[in-house]
Write a protein of this length. Sequence first.
Length: 195
Amino acid sequence: MYSALARTALLSFVLVASPLAAQSDSGRAPGYLPLSGSERWHDYVHSVIGPLALISPVVTAGVGTIGGTPNFWDKTPGGFGQRLGTAFVARTANETVKASLSALLHEDNTYYPCTCRNVFARTGHALLTSVLARNDNGHPILAMGRITGAYAEGLTTTAFYQHEYGINGAFRLGTTALATHAVTNIVREFVGPIF
């Protein structure tokens, strides 16, 4: 049930994003400058060893330890360490795949706040930009780097969990990574930058 719902949600995002991607050749968006190579490198390093990159695996491991997920790792400091290592490696895989593919496809995954003032429009913008990026002209395109990175995170986590999750578990974990990114975007939209 969950994976069918997640697949439907992903397909809906693709259908919504496709018309936006078709507009990408219509000239540069006003005031937009594409990312330089050094900006991409800085963003990648910050995403792997910056404050959020170091805090996120600790929180993930803590929640997993308290909740006993996965159940084959104990609720002990050793189990916390296994969860922490898995979360850090999975996040690094996500960010590495995202940065590499985004550079190759000329995607800018930087979050740009909505210029609108309506709460619903701002929330919609934050949710939609979890699966959209900007091309070199500043126009929205499907964020293949971000999406692929999220599912690389799910696959990496599943590799550490071995037989317990399988491909459906990897898909679920990847979808969870995208949903987490959407929530992070909402916080960025209404509160401001996170680290």
